[in-house]
Design a protein around this ligand. Structure first.
Ligand code: G3D
Ligand code: MG
Length: 165
């Protein structure tokens, strides 16, 4: 079976592990322990032509600096999800730094930007006009919630549709 590796990148506590759990296991738990190292979840999906595809979703803890570990983590990825926490504007800046690190060190990789925690409606610090500006630049950014599941399947589908290789 064909396999595609995808990575999930973003600052600490933006909800990376929660998003993967929602997508792969359809659950949200308040009791995730901070993942140590790298965790790989797999999910088999059906392509539009009916053939199966195995997704290997790499979730890393502590992508602090684009170190050698960071590059090793990304090697072989067909694309990535870039996650910010909508309630903390600084996590968007961090996500954009991570993207620059990816783009300066590796070949251009498709990504989909996610603004997570959309369920916390009254607490959003990343505003619609900011997201609209990034979309106008040709990027895909989606508001999602690992807690409610809002737009999570769609986010992975949109990434899959843009994968290379
Ligand atoms: P990380 O893997 O990016 O470090 P986690 O992030 O998935 O561990 O999530 C960090 C915290 O954010 C967790 O809370 C988790 O429950 C919460 N969280 C993740 N996604 C959402 C979401 O969509 N909505 C809300 N409201 N919270 C979310 P704790 O309290 O365990 O630190
Ligand atoms: Mg995590």
């Amino acid at each position: 079976m064909d396999t595609r590796k995808i990575c999930i990148l973003g600052d600490f506590a933006v909800g990376k592990t929660s998003l993967v759990a929602r997508y792969v296991h359809n659950e949200f738990s308040e009791r995730y322990y901070t993942s140590i190292g790298v965790r790989v979840d797999t999910k088999i999906i059906g392509l539009p032509d009916g053939s199966p595809l195995k997704l290997a979703i790499w979730d890393i803890a502590g992508t602090d600096t684009p170190t050698e570990l960071f590059l090793r983590y990304l090697r072989g990825a067909a694309g990535y999800l870039l996650v910010a926490d909508g309630t903390r504007a600084e996590t968007l800046a961090r996500a954009l730094q991570l993207r620059e690190a990816v783009e300066s060190q590796l070949a251009l990789l498709p990504f989909v930007g996610l603004v997570n925690k959309a369920d916390l409606r009254g607490e959003q610090e990343i505003h619609q006009d900011r997201i609209a500006t990034m979309r106008e630049a040709g990027e895909i950014w989606l508001a999602v919630s690992a807690r409610t599941g809002e737009n999570v399947d769609n986010a992975f589908s949109v990434l899959l549709a843009s994968l290379s290789g």
